[in-house]
Design a protein around this ligand. Structure first.
Ligand code: GYE
Length: 308
């Protein structure tokens, strides 16, 4: 009830928690599913969400975090567009006594006390899974098999790690491949299409495999391949990452051969973490979500079950 001291401010436990979330952009279906998941989970958990979309700009993300600090939110969460450059603003949050959760993409910091937990996927493992599929798929093909790669945003942890895990796996298995072209296409459909069109103009039918760091770029590339007069999924093996509904539909149509899943539905885990922090509990430094690999033969059964 109301205190007789005349102080109208309710005790902390009765106030809704306030979470400031800096989202990096709207580049892909994965991202939009991630945003939806966070907004829905906040509503469901009764957490006040201050949501800021930074349009791929780290500077805007830093400004958003500063405004969250000024507004004295309870917890800050950041999905970092690129890996580096976060130390100063994380230090500002720490000095203000506000815990920071890194979500989705990782941030490279030398002082691990600058954030409480990283909630997101193991992108290196995703790259390894993609490499493993490729090695099995090209077994028996006469080589060297021509490969092209559409990388994600330059400097982003998923692009760096998906590239590394993939390369390490190919090397380990001594895969008989030759990397013809590799370019950043920013995780977008348009850039994926445009870049694949250029790859085809330059390398033509030498291209036997495409590894795309996400579904949106793979879907753009499918269009470019068809316009060029080749058959995606047949003339060119396509391996992608994410597992969006649109990606699965393309795989069910036989135009994508393999999708390594990356789960964007991080909202409920994030809200749980925010609540636990508010209760003074310690979070594990690393929280990851279970993920699978899907191939053509499974696509038809799975496509109807996709939530994003
Ligand atoms: O794979 C891609 C998105 O950071 C894991 O970003 C995320 C990646 C995702 O644009 O589609």
């Amino acid at each position: 009830g109301l205190s007789d001291t005349g102080d109208a401010t309710p005790p902390a436990a009765q106030r809704p928690l306030v979470l400031g979330f800096s989202q990096l952009g709207t580049e892909s279906d994965w991202r939009n599913a991630n945003t939806r998941s966070i907004k829905e989970a906040a509503t469901e958990a009764g957490i006040d969400l201050l949501f800021d979309n930074a349009d791929q700009s780290q500077q805007k993300q830093i400004e958003a975090v500063r405004s969250f600090i000024q507004r004295k939110v309870d917890v800050i969460a950041i999905a970092p567009v690129i890996e580096t450059g976060w130390e100063p603003v994380l230090k500002e949050a720490k000095d203000a006594g506000i815990p920071v959760i890194i979500s989705d993409r990782s941030a490279n910091v030398s002082d691990p006390s600058l954030y409480v937990s990283f909630i997101g996927s193991d992108f290196y493992e995703e790259g390894q899974k993609a490499g493993k599929y490729l090695v099995d798929k090209i077994r028996g093909m006469s080589g060297p098999v021509g490969l092209v790669e559409l990388r994600g945003t330059e400097g982003s942890s998923p692009s760096i790690e998906r590239g590394k895990g993939f390369r390490d796996q190919l090397e380990k298995k001594k895969a008989n491949v030759v990397l013809l072209r590799s370019e950043a296409a920013d995780f977008t459909f348009e850039k994926g299409k445009e870049t694949m069109r250029r790859f085809l103009e330059e390398e033509g039918a030498n291209i036997k495999v495409l590894y795309a760091h996400n579904d949106d770029m793979a879907l753009g590339a499918v269009e470019a391949i068809e316009e060029y007069g080749l058959r995606p999924g047949k003339d060119i093996i396509i391996i992608s990452v994410d597992g969006t509904k649109a990606g699965f539909e393309m795989m069910a149509a036989g135009k994508i051969n393999c999708i390594v899943e990356c789960n964007p539905l991080l909202g409920p885990i994030l809200m749980q973490a925010v609540k636990e922090l508010a209760e003074g509990r310690q979070l594990p430094k690393r929280i990851s979500t279970p993920e699978s690999v899907y191939t053509e033969t499974m696509a038809k059964d799975e496509v109807g079950k996709r939530q994003y």
